[in-house]
Each structure stands twice: as C-alpha cells, then as structure tokens.
Design a binder for this molecule. Structure first.
Ligand code: FAD
Length: 385
C-alpha cells in the first residue's frame, strides 16, 4: 500500500533515484519511498542472467568509467570492481580498426608507408598523446591530413552517426560528436578515465546493496503519473496535498501528459543472440560504421569477465525514432535549440514548487554517463539535506 506519509518520494529507480534515496535515507534519517514503473530496479543499467546463464544488460551495454574520485569511492561502498578496459573496433569493409581512431587504426586503414607518413605528420602537428575531435581534424590545410580527415569522417563517423540519429553529423549538437575523439596515441582503450571497470557481480547486485537501507522502500510496477499531479502550484498525491519532497527522475513531458507535445528522443531495438561458441568477436564492441542497419554488436562476456566455453550472448542495436509506443524506451535526447525550448516549457511548470526536484537524464533532458548522474545525485543530496 502506497501512503503519503513518507518524507520523500523518489520517482524512478535508476542510478539517479537510487543514489539520492540512499543519501537521504542515510544522511538525514528520513523515510524514502521509491516508485518505479518497471518490474525491476536499476533503470537502464539493469542486468540479469539470460536463459543460457549469461549475464546481459537489458538496455544495452554499460561500462563504468570516471575521473571523479568522489563518485568512484561512493559506488565502491556498494560493489567490488572487475578491472576492465573497454575496447571498441570499427568494422570498415571487414577490416577491424580501433575506435576512437588512433595511430594503430592508421595502420589498418592505410598501407604501411602512407600510415607512417600520416603518423609523423599527426604527431608533429598535434603532439603525441593529444586528443582532437573530427571537427578539428577537418580544419587544416595539409593535403595528406585532409585525405585522412575525409577517410575518418566518411568511414568512422558519417554512416554510423546517420544510423544513430537519422540526420547528418552537421545537424547534431557539436558536443555529441566531440564525445568521440581522435587519439594521437597507441592507446586502444575506448575510455581514458582514471577509474574504469564493471561492478564485480553486476549492476543489479550493486543496486540491491545501494537500496538495502531500513529507511528505503521500493514499490515496483507503479507509474507515478497515476498517483501524482500538480495543481495550483501544489503537488497532489492521490488528490490530497503532499507536503513531503518529490524527486522526479522520469520523463518530464510524459509526466505532464505531453501537453506541449512530445520531447523527441532516439530509441533502440535490441536483438539479443546466443551463440554456441566460446567467443563471437575479439573485442567487447564492434561498431558497424559503413554497413548494416544496426550500429554495433556487443559481446557481454568480454565486459563481465564471465567464463563459459560453450555459449556466448551478443546484442545488436538498431536505432530508431521514439514514438512513445508501449514497450519503447526514450534513450537519447535529441539536443537542439527547438527541443531545449520545448523542455523549458515543461520545466517552467515545476518552477513554482519548492518541494519538487528534477534529476536524471529524462527529467533534465540531457545525456549523462553513469558517473555524471551519480555526481548530480550526490550534489542534489548535499543541497537538500
Ligand atoms: C544504450 C545505452 C548505453 C549506455 N552506456 C553507458 C556506458 O557504457 N557508460 C555510462 O557511464 N553510461 C552509459 N549510458 C548512460 C546511462 O544509462 C545513464 O547515465 C543512466 O541510466 C542514467 O540514470 P537515470 O537514473 O537518470 O535514468 P534511468 O536509468 O533511465 O532511470 C529512470 C527510471 O525512472 C523510471 N520512470 C520513468 N518515468 C516513471 C514514472 N512516471 N513512474 C515511475 N517510474 C518512472 C524508469 O522506468 C527508469 O527505471 C548508456 C545509455 C544508453 C541509452
């Protein structure tokens, strides 16, 4: 039975909701109820053992990485870690080259002599161990480097980005493209963060430990929309005033019944496949940058360190527009001025409330990595408590 006697109600049991709940429960000794519409905890990081006993990530592969010591230390209270350096290769007409594109990729993409010449030029111009974006690589005048930049743009970014967003890279917010750098180094790791790895027993176990506190109750299979609404700058809980605090981590447009229109998102169809093989591919993720309708294939055992000589499970990701249909999940906010304006209209509806907080990738209409959302939750807790 859900009652309004809690001090805090947190909507959504992803990282944002679980971390803020733990902080409030522990540091202010207040009672917290988490309401989650799915039938499981963990939000998009949820993992489980499939029918063949392979640990898989239901909503796509999640690799933890951060440079933030506070975040790493915080999560380390709830899990041990498996050391894992994620590596991604692009399949370019059958050749597998490291992504982000780096000095090793040059030698897969070009003949040895040419690769060597390009390597020398890149090091001379940008310096060994430097990082640049595709946009920066395209802004120079050397004829060989122009050729290289066109190669990388066409074979690594263009088709992949079109599949992912269904628009040309130029139409996308530059911060999205800037997230995948070009590395003037031989470091094949996908992330260069100080701390990276996987929760030793998986994300769901991490969440079980995070939520294991006497002041936290979790109610699954309940859509907050059915319990709450906002009327005359007051939060109504089952048609009564609610005087506690609400932290909302769901989609803000859906909370307001999309009254100004739907905030646009990209979603993904996932195709999980189990193979009678020890290994399906050589690296955790293979990006299909010039072919196929799916963007990438991830093989979970590489990420989780699970041993199984007979079986392995992979997932293919097929991006498409989010329509709000049943079973679809909004994954990637489409960041542009028009959508920010629409988001602001929804946000304004909450601004007169002093006990309603928006937190998380859906509530804030932003892309956050896991570490960023943990940090946001910790900071919000600092402010509220
Ligand atoms: C395919 C993919 C791969 C990713 N890989 C990585 C990675 O490798 N590394 C990394 O750092 N980050 C990764 N991320 C980002 C990561 O998923 C997010 O940082 C994280 O999920 C954000 O947590 P959150 O709590 O804000 O959102 P979510 O995890 O989405 O949690 C929100 C929860 O709220 C619930 N909810 C929504 N509305 C309601 C409602 N009305 N009532 C009740 N409950 C509701 C939802 O069901 C959901 O469980 C990836 C994201 C995607 C899409």
């Amino acid at each position: 039975m859900i009652s309004s006697t809690y001090d805090f109600i947190v909507i959504g049991c992803g990282l944002a909701g679980a971390v803020i709940s733990r902080e409030i429960a522990e540091r202010s000794n207040k009672k917290v109820l988490i309401i989650e519409k799915r039938n499981h905890i963990g939000g998009n990081t949820y993992d489980f053992f499939d029918e063949e006993g392979i640990l898989v990530h239901k909503y796509g592969p999640h690799i933890f990485h951060t440079n933030n010591k506070r975040v790493f230390d915080y999560l380390s209270r709830f899990t041990k870690w498996l050391d894992y350096d994620h590596e991604v290769v692009a399949n370019v007409y059958g050749n597998l080259m490291p992504v982000p594109f780096n000095l090793n990729s040059l030698y897969v993409a070009f003949e040895k002599e040419e690769a060597k010449k390009l390597e020398e030029k890149l090091i001379k111009k940008y310096g060994l161990n430097s990082k640049l974006t595709i946009a920066q690589l395209r802004e120079q005048t050397d004829i060989d480097l122009i050729k290289l930049s066109e190669y990388v743009y066409k074979n690594i970014f263009l088709y992949y980005t079109q599949k992912q967003w269904d628009i040309t890279p130029l139409e996308i917010d530059p911060s999205v493209i800037a997230r995948v750098p070009i590395l003037i180094s031989n470091d094949n790791r996908y992330f260069q963060d100080l701390y990276q790895g996987m929760p030793l027993e998986g994300y769901t176990k991490l969440f079980e430990s995070l939520l294991d506190h006497p002041n936290i109750d979790v109610q699954l299979n309940v859509d907050a929309k059915k319990l709450f609404n906002i009327r005359e700058n007051k939060i109504m809980f089952k048609d009564n005033d609610f005087n506690g605090k609400v932290i909302f981590t769901g989609a803000i447009d859906e909370f307001f019944s999309c009254k100004f229109g739907r905030l646009p998102y990209r979603t993904l169809d996932f195709l999980f496949e189990t193979h009678d093989l020890e290994w399906f591919q050589t690296k955790g993720t293979v990006n299909y940058t010039v072919s196929e309708k799916y963007t990438r294939i991830t093989e979970f055992k590489h990420l989780t360190g699970q041993k199984n000589k007979m079986k392995t499970t992979t997932v293919k990701e097929f991006p498409k527009a989010y329509t709000g249909a049943d079973g679809e999940t909004p994954y990637y906010a489409i960041l542009n001025d028009e959508n920010y304006l629409l988001y602001d209209k929804y946000k304004k509806l909450t601004e007169g409330l002093n006990n309603f907080y928006l937190l998380g990738r859906l509530a804030e209409y932003k892309y956050y990595n896991m570490d960023a959302i943990v940090l946001k939750a910790l900071i919000l807790a600092d402010n509220i408590i």
